[in-house]
Write a protein that binds this ligand. Structure first.
Ligand SMILES: [Zn+2]
Length: 509
């Protein structure tokens, strides 16, 4: 009893002296908008307790979630590096996205630069006098090989902008300062600033879900949130776990596309068209897709998608799972939420089958190739040197998802489904092994649930072999017809056997 305090003081003293001798490197950013009318923001990167020697800072070439090299560093201008005596330090650009300089002895280094942000697109930053949409990958330089260090970010908000939406942890509401525990978190957390509107939050399992947006327009917001909460619940029910402390949909205004993040999604959004059945289905499917990504790709992820290669991109064969199966589940979530009709669900797949079967690339490119080569083929497989020999995993992915689901349901007497596969990989790889899965491991997970070999279905993943629609759709009591103008249509079989009926009914719910 008596010795304990002495030991305690010794430990505290020893730890304190170590800390005093080696102060930790800290990185603080400020972002300001004095030149917002010129579509520019100003950034300062302040590094304290930095060591002497050669230092390289970099800007990512792309952002996870949008699998294209974006050359974000091209938007940087007027970059200056200064030491703690405010003296300019010369630098060189060894590559187009890096800045290298020598720190002789300064404890503090400040790098300041402007970012031009003119393109209103979900994967580009945008600034004008009404708002700023900040993509961290396109904004914040990082110290090469130091992606693990924490940083703080302070936003100097113009007086007439009322709010900030971001998934970053708030440190101080009065100074608008946020914290990121490492660069994967910072780069995963876009920031929207302006006069934003927040809709009524909803709670699932006690967890808050918010919807904050710019320029959302007029629509029935109460009904919208009711519908969205049902869709989100349908997504949560597939996995059976809520892995975030809160979740925010951040709307950046009208446009196309969304980007998924761990505890938020950025969506191009306005309330137009929600009053029509088609418009409601389309918007809810889109939001379902982005939400489901919080599981499928952010947590249930391909082996190659972490740690990210922010220079060259992270190539993987498995975007057909991350993107294709997220399309598959977006339809099912909206159907299971009671919003989409049975007919509209089938029509959603009709559109994918018609696009895929009429595309010239179907005989040339497999799903894994379309995943791997998306960096050159473009996000929808429509660019690049061989655009007539490429496909889109957004079309073939959900089709193979449907065939895979029906194969599993058939082999297990409808006791299991693709939902069980998603739950298994979530538990096995995200929760237990804390890593991504390989191609072979995903097939193994499917076969573990199905209890049989699924080699034939996976040939539709690994090769460009024509799909056996009658066999696999038949398992679920569906048939496929094609019209003279090459429009494909799914229809329930007029007569179904007992298992077909059970599979079809349970698939719809
Ligand atoms: Zn997606």
């Amino acid at each position: 009893m008596k010795k304990a305090p002495i030991l305690f003081f010794f430990v505290v003293f020893a730890a304190g002296s170590i800390l005093a001798q080696t102060p930790r490197l800290s990185v603080h950013y400020t972002v300001s908008f004095d030149s917002a009318s010129k579509n520019k923001m100003h950034v300062e990167m302040i590094m304290d307790h930095i060591k002497p020697g050669e230092i390289t800072c970099k800007m990512p070439e792309w952002m996870p979630g949008y699998y294209q090299i974006m050359h974000y560093a091209n938007a940087v201008s007027d970059l200056q590096i200064k030491d703690d005596k405010n003296k300019l330090i010369t630098f060189k650009n060894a590559t187009t996205n890096s800045w290298t300089f020598t720190n002789k002895s300064s404890k503090k280094i400040i790098i300041s630069y402007d970012i031009k942000a003119t393109k209103k697109f979900v994967a580009n930053s945008y600034v004008d006098t009404t708002r700023a949409y900040i993509i961290p990958c396109a904004t914040f330089l990082y110290l090469d090989n130091q992606l693990q260090i924490p940083s703080t970010i302070q936003i100097y908000t113009p007086k007439n902008w009322s709010s900030i939406a971001t998934g970053l942890t708030l440190m101080s509401a009065t100074t608008h300062t946020y914290q990121a525990s490492n660069y994967d978190i910072l780069f995963d957390s876009p920031i929207l600033i302006g006069n934003l509107e927040e809709l009524q939050p909803f709670y699932i399992g006690g967890i808050q879900h918010r919807f904050i947006g710019y320029g959302m327009g007029a629509f029935n917001k109460e009904k919208f949130i009711q519908d969205l909460s049902k869709v989100v619940k349908a997504g949560i029910d597939i996995i059976g776990d809520i892995p975030y402390n809160n979740y925010t949909f951040i709307g950046i205004g009208p446009g196309r596309g969304g980007i998924e993040h761990l505890n938020n999604t950025i969506v191009s959004f306005d309330g137009k068209g929600l009053e029509t059945e088609g418009g409601l289905n389309k918007t809810m499917s889109f939001l379902a897709h982005e939400f489901f990504h919080n599981y499928n790709v952010k947590r249930i992820r391909p082996f190659e998608l972490g740690p990210f290669n922010y220079d060259a991109g992270s190539k993987t064969n498995l975007l057909w799972v991350s993107e294709g199966l997220s399309v598959y589940y977006e339809y099912l979530m909206v159907k299971r939420a009671g919003i989409m009709s049975e007919k509209a669900l089938l029509t959603s797949f009709d559109n994918n089958i018609t696009a895929f079967e009429n595309g010239p690339g179907k005989s040339y490119q497999s799903l894994i190739q379309s995943s791997y080569f998306t960096w050159q083929d473009g996000p929808f497989g429509t660019a690049g040197p061989d655009k007539n020999k490429s496909i889109s995993y957004y079309d073939k992915g959900p089709i193979v998802g449907l065939l895979l689901d029906f194969a599993i349901r058939h082999s297990t007497n409808n006791q299991k489904s693709l939902d069980d596969v998603m739950r298994l990989v979530y538990k096995e790889y995200y929760q237990t092994k804390k890593r991504g899965f390989t191609d072979a491991e995903f097939q193994m997970a499917c076969e573990q649930i199905a209890g049989i070999s699924l080699n034939e279905v996976f040939e539709y993943v690994y090769t460009a072999k024509p799909l056996d629609y009658p066999k696999y759709l038949g398992y679920g009591g569906l048939s496929l017809t094609v019209s003279e103008d090459k429009k494909y249509r799914l229809e329930p079989l007029a007569t179904k056997d007992a298992l077909q009926s059970v599979i079809y009914d349970s698939w719809l719910h």
